[in-house]
Design a protein around this ligand. Structure first.
Ligand code: FES
Length: 226
């Protein structure tokens, strides 16, 4: 399997592992690092600030969030009725989670230029933060496995499995869980990805993947009604 450095805006090629919703899908283990290549330390993530990294492919964006409380695992179900256990939070407060940033409705995702899907304040009885896709107003709960709160999204965002080393405080991405949509993503955006990345459009991440604050990942974050 060919691997490539996972840096936003950099990409490469390879096949995908089959996605089975009920079981975790292992992917190559990638250490989360900052733009200088230094490991991202869990305790230094700002609570409530969204970050992005790419995983398991260099083209597939992932939200990384440190929430303000412990995140427990959640029993969820995919569009195809496969049940699975969304992972609990990791880190010193068991509050760090990661989810694919590819909307499960029509696959909108953050590009380096623009994003219609982002982390925003919840409204009414929603949790404090939601992942909101402006495309058709789908809203997901990051504190419960990114389950769908509202909108036409047919299933939760796929979870990205994180491992936290208590001694070093470092984080690794090691796999995914839930309804992966990578095949549909690469099919839908084949032309765009080909133009941007050439033949490397489907490479998997290598030993590291770069984490950026969301505001530094996309140049423009589309505002949309709450
Ligand atoms: S693409 Fe996200 S709600 Fe339609």
């Amino acid at each position: 399997m060919r691997q490539a450095a996972c840096v936003a805006g950099a990409w490469a090629a390879s096949g995908a592992l089959p996605a089975v919703a009920g079981e975790p899908t292992p992917h190559p283990r990638s250490l989360l690092v900052d733009v200088k290549g230094n490991p991202v330390l869990a305790r230094l993530l700002k609570v409530g600030e969204p970050y992005l990294f790419n995983y398991p492919f260099v083209a597939s964006p992932v939200f990384l969030l440190a929430l303000d409380r412990e995140v427990r695992g959640a029993e969820l179900v995919t569009e195809s009725k496969r049940h699975y256990a969304a992972p609990a939070g990791v880190g010193p407060s068991k509050s760090i989670v990661a989810y694919s940033a590819i909307c499960s409705h029509k696959l909108m995702y953050p590009t380096t230029a623009l994003s219609f899907i982002g982390v925003r304040k919840g409204v009414a009885r929603e949790p404090a933060q939601v992942i909101h896709c402006c495309g058709d107003d789908s809203r997901y709960d990051p504190a419960q496995g990114a389950r769908v709160l509202a909108g036409p999204a047919p299933q939760p965002l796929a979870a990205v499995l994180l491992e936290w080393d208590a001694k070093s405080d470092q984080l690794h991405a090691v796999g995914t869980q839930g309804g992966e949509m990578f095949d549909a993503f690469f099919e839908k955006y084949a032309f765009r990805l080909e133009m941007e990345l050439g033949r490397r459009a489907r490479a998997v991440c290598d030993a590291t993947t770069v984490v950026r604050p969301a505001l530094a990942y996309s140049r423009q974050w589309q505002t949309c009604p709450a």
